[in-house]
Ligand binder design. Structure first.
Ligand code: NOJ
Length: 498
């Protein structure tokens, strides 16, 4: 047995607005693309939710287009939705008291754009603003540092109606929203995340994974436009903060990528190339623009190759121009990432391609394979080392730092949960000892919540939520004590030596 310590790490938990807040149409809030996609379906927990007296007002805005229904994308498991979710909109006191009980130093949550600017307009909604003011005040009173995500996937439906993230006009709307949020909450918020998992956002414009679920027919086209616009939106928001708020507020801004390491399935050169292309197409496309202002060459080359082979003349993924490069290069104060697992891939062969194969799948050239149980821990280490090397080259001040904004596994089983996290904590300790600056770590998630296409089935929470109970009662799970001890002492007992 040995003890490892993390004296300089901020520990906490993460959530996002749509996944926990509920109150989908209260106090002036209008529909986001998430409400459009999920609301109105018969919910498995609807009865308990609907009788609680909260759902008084009808949504002010009825979307004109329900783009997600124009294709064959499946609806979420059990037709669940986030209409009520954990009802956190009505439970600030209870949530903050539960966080305090857990001993966290930091709490990461997101702001719902359509609570602040109903209808995506530029007329701010004081009731929506008050909810977050109160939450931040109460966190501060308990000495919990708020870490705020501006965009965790809930685009105002009106902005989707004009093309969403695939239309560069959206960037100006995002900046109006960011300016108000920085200006209103910035004295009390020192850690900002502009966008959560931009890769997942972009995927919604060329597949079915997330709203707006444009489907495979837009793959390799609309998703690339979205990816480019998301990066520019982030960089412009970063520069806005730098110019108008940083001096006074002294906060730090980043974007949060979803990062997985990629192992080649076989040790042959085709699979090795596929693994490199996959890593660069999923992680590289979001970090290299922050470092050099450019997309990775291997990704651009691969798109060119698909174009040649399919007789396409258009570029599809457009490199950034000189002004855009300047905006992007160095647009981070720290590097935020989410880590859950790693992938094993083999090369996509000609035989794997059919007329239905999405264009982006051909560009990216890999098929995912079954992973090994050791991949999660080993992949974490490889990923952190690799990202560290990438950022080392370019760090503005010669130093750069990482915040793990989400890490978790969906299980209520004590052994499984603790083993998963213990493996990551040990690797994180080694990385810190090797001078990689990881200054924060948040468990996903604070409590069970709406898990997108999987409904309420995956149980990521440290607190259990009873979704069949109108009160959405929260209960500590058996591993609560494991996390509390770590968060409070910043020490962990491990088997054997490090
Ligand atoms: C990452 C996303 O940011 C979060 O919304 C989601 O619930 C978790 N992954 C777990 O699936």
């Amino acid at each position: 047995m040995a003890t490892i310590e993390f004296p300089d790490v901020l520990f906490g938990t993460s959530t996002s607005a749509y996944q926990i807040e509920g109150a989908y149409n209260e106090d002036g809030k209008t529909f986001s693309i998430l409400d459009t996609a999920y609301h109105g379906k018969q919910t498995s927990n609807g009865a308990a939710g609907r009788s609680n007296g909260y759902l008084k007002t009808a949504a002010a805005y009825v979307p004109k287009t329900k783009v997600n229904q124009a294709n064959s994308c499946p609806v979420p498991k059990n037709n669940d939705n986030g209409d009520i979710a954990c009802d956190s909109y009505h439970k600030i006191e209870e949530d903050v008291s539960n966080l305090k009980d857990l001993g966290v130093q930091v709490y990461r949550f997101s702001i719902s754009w359509t609570r602040i600017f109903p209808g995506g307009s530029d007329k701010a909604n004081p009731l929506g603003i008050n909810y977050y003011k109160k939450l931040i005040e109460q966190l501060k009173a308990e000495k919990i540092t708020p870490m705020v995500t501006l965009y965790h996937w809930d685009l105002p439906q009106e902005l989707q109606d004009i093309g969403g993230w695939a239309n560069e006009e959206i960037i100006e709307n995002f900046l109006v929203y960011c300016r108000l949020v920085f200006g209103t909450f910035g004295d009390d918020v020192k850690y900002w995340i502009t966008l959560n998992e931009p890769r997942m956002v972009a995927n919604g414009y060329g597949g079915c994974s997330l709203p707006p679920k444009l489907g495979d027919q837009c793959s390799g086209i609309e998703d690339y436009k979205a990816m480019r616009n998301l990066l520019l939106a982030h960089a412009k928001a970063y520069r806005l903060y730098e110019k108008e708020f940083k001096e006074k507020q002294q906060g730090e801004v980043t974007l949060c990528i979803d990062a997985a390491w990629v192992f080649p399935f076989e040790k042959n050169s085709d699979d090795k190339y596929a693994a490199e292309l996959c890593l660069q197409s999923t992680v590289g496309v979001f970090i290299q623009p922050l470092i050099t202002g450019q997309f990775p060459q291997i990704v651009l080359d691969s798109i060119e190759k698909t174009n040649r082979e399919t007789n396409r003349k258009t570029k599809r993924l457009i490199q950034f121009n000189e002004d855009e490069k300047k905006l992007l290069t160095g647009s981070y104060d720290y590097i935020g990432f989410n880590y859950y697992f790693s992938w094993r891939v083999s090369a996509l062969s000609e035989n794997d391609i059919t007329p239905e194969t999405p264009l982006k799948t051909i560009d990216q050239g890999y098929i995912t394979k079954k992973t090994l149980p050791t991949d999660i821990v080993e992949g974490f280490t490889k990923l952190v080392d690799w990202m560290n090397e990438q950022f080392k080259v370019s760090s503005k001040s010669g130093s750069h730092k990482f915040f793990i904004c989400e890490n978790g596994t969906p299980t209520n089983n004590y052994e499984d949960k603790v083993n998963y996290h213990q493996g990551i904590f040990e690797e994180m300790y080694k990385a810190i000892k090797n001078n990689i600056n990881i200054f924060g770590y948040c468990v996903w998630s604070f409590m069970d919540s709406f898990e997108w296409g999987s409904g309420y089935e995956p149980k990521y929470g440290i607190y259990e939520v009873d979704f069949n109970d109108e009160k959405r009662t929260r209960t500590k799970k058996p591993f609560f004590g494991y996390f509390k001890k770590l968060f409070q002492t910043k020490k962990l007992t491990i088997k054997g030596k490090i």
